[in-house]
Design a protein around this ligand. Structure first.
Ligand SMILES: Cc1cc2nc3c(=O)[nH]c(=O)nc-3n(C[C@H](O)[C@H](O)[C@H](O)COP(=O)(O)OP(=O)(O)OC[C@H]3O[C@@H](n4cnc5c(N)ncnc54)[C@H](O)[C@@H]3O)c2cc1C
Length: 393
């Protein structure tokens, strides 16, 4: 429905009715959601106006110019980038009404209970069991590497509901209440010293059937929506020029001429150009998204993001010499949000190691690009037609 002009008008009406300077932050965000200006491409009544996704920029620019608060997207990345599009596509009307507003305004943080000790790249091998008892599912198992579980109210969860069929077919997708007494969250410390992720133990957690997303046994299909969106969320972030990992090293280069060498100059130039190409490609990908759900192309962006972050942060440490090796804060922080480029060079170098693992490893994404984008022959899969319970472990 809405044109750019119409959206501008609605945004100005919102600002007039709720002046940012004198309105409570949460109140403003709720009003923005209710006015359909949260994510304009979502349906009316769910924070949007069914408008083209590209018009979000019109709303954002008006709000930014007026000094309006945002919903701190980095803090609620899993909810915004993964849970919301999955709920929108597969949720019931009641689920959409219950979850999307507090998710978008940031009142409720989400986490992702997918990976398990024996099921990461081979996620469909997961063992966490959900057994139906009347109107409820009783869930028992262990999840691992769960980012933000320590601050999350809700989780998107996949569990095995039928061990007698091949692994991809016996999985169901749920929304899990992280405040349930059967949910235990334990910190896992990373190479940076921080514990931004966790182990999560689920013991007889009772999930009402009304919190199932999609059909019983369809969880793998539902999870594809989450995973495709995850890659775009990680690799396709909107950035200004020099906004990502290339920013801090470029700044140091300009401010500290005494550190420069010819070799480092050549490498920095190459990485700068590649960063810019990657940034513009992400912009193009976002424009493609206007036309529909993300496809395997998101895998390509995520691959570029991981490689560049690791090469650039390595170059930065080299440029800084001994200074770059200083990393003496080993406090076990429990960050609420992850900022890949935050803090000092040593942190960036260490944290970027995880970029080629989280959201799908580089090797597995290369397989996806090979098979689904380039159409190359698939890897041999011997377990496709074997019941999950009969698979060799
Ligand atoms: C910082 C961080 C945050 C994370 N957050 C979350 C989260 O919030 N929720 C969640 O559910 N998970 C999360 N993960 C988990 C992540 O998705 C898994 O670590 C990842 O999918 C890899 O699984 P794995 O660790 O079991 O490694 P494995 O699957 O055991 O892989 C080990 C190695 O084998 C390679 N390999 C595996 N299969 C193939 C293949 N077919 N071909 C070629 N090579 C292969 C891999 O590339 C890798 O190098 C997070 C991980 C990190 C690092």
């Amino acid at each position: 429905m809405s044109s750019a002009e119409e959206l501008r008008r609605r945004t100005r009406e919102l600002l007039a009715a709720h002046p940012p300077a004198s309105t409570d932050r949460l109140e403003f965000l709720r009003a923005r959601f209710d006015a359909g200006l949260a994510w304009v491409h979502y349906p009316e009544g769910l924070g949007g106006l069914g408008a083209p996704r590209s018009l979000q920029a019109v709303v954002d620019a008006e709000l930014e110019a007026a000094g309006a608060p945002d919903n701190d997207p980095r803090r609620i990345g899993i909810g915004l980038g993964m849970a919301a599009p999955t709920i929108l596509k597969y949720g019931t009307e009641e689920q959409k009404q219950r979850f999307l507003r507090p998710l978008w305004v940031g009142e409720e943080v989400w986490c992702q209970l997918f990976s398990e000790p024996g099921a990461g790249s081979d996620l469909a091998a997961l063992r966490t069991r959900a057994v139906r008892e009347g109107d409820e599912w009783v869930v028992t198992g262990q999840k691992v590497w769960t980012s933000s579980a320590h601050v999350a109210r809700w989780a998107i969860l996949i569990a095995r509901t039928d061990p007698d069929v091949p692994k991809h077919r016996g999985i169901t997708y749920f929304v899990c209440d992280m405040t349930d007494p059967g949910v235990e969250v334990r910190p896992l410390r990373q190479i940076t010293g921080e514990a931004e992720f966790n182990e999560v133990f689920l013991t007889d957690v009772r999930i009402p059937d009304s919190r199932r997303l999609g059909e019983v046994g369809d969880g793998w299909k539902v999870a594809q929506t989450t995973l495709n969106n995850e890659r775009v969320a990680i690799g396709g972030m909107r950035l200004p020029r020099e906004g990502g990992m290339i920013g801090p090293v470029s700044k140091t280069w300009r401010e500290r001429p005494e550190l420069r060498t010819h070799d480092l100059h050549q490498r920095l130039l190459k990485l700068w150009v590649e960063s810019e190409v990657s940034r513009l490609t992400a912009e193009r990908l976002r424009q493609q998204l206007v036309a529909g759900q993300p496809g395997p192309e998101g895998a390509g962006m995520k691959l570029a993001f991981a490689r560049l972050n690791q090469e650039i942060s390595g170059l930065e440490v080299e440029l800084l010499g001994e200074e770059g090796l200083l990393y003496d804060d080993w406090t076990m922080r429990r960050p609420e949000l992850v900022d890949f480029t935050g803090r000092e060079a040593g942190y960036r170098y260490l944290r970027s190691k995880g970029n080629s693992i989280e959201g799908g490893t580089t090797e597995v994404l290369l397989n996806i690009v090979a098979e689904r984008v380039l159409g190359l022959p698939a890897e041999p899969r011997t377990d496709k037609d074997v019941a999950w319970k009969d698979l060799a472990r």
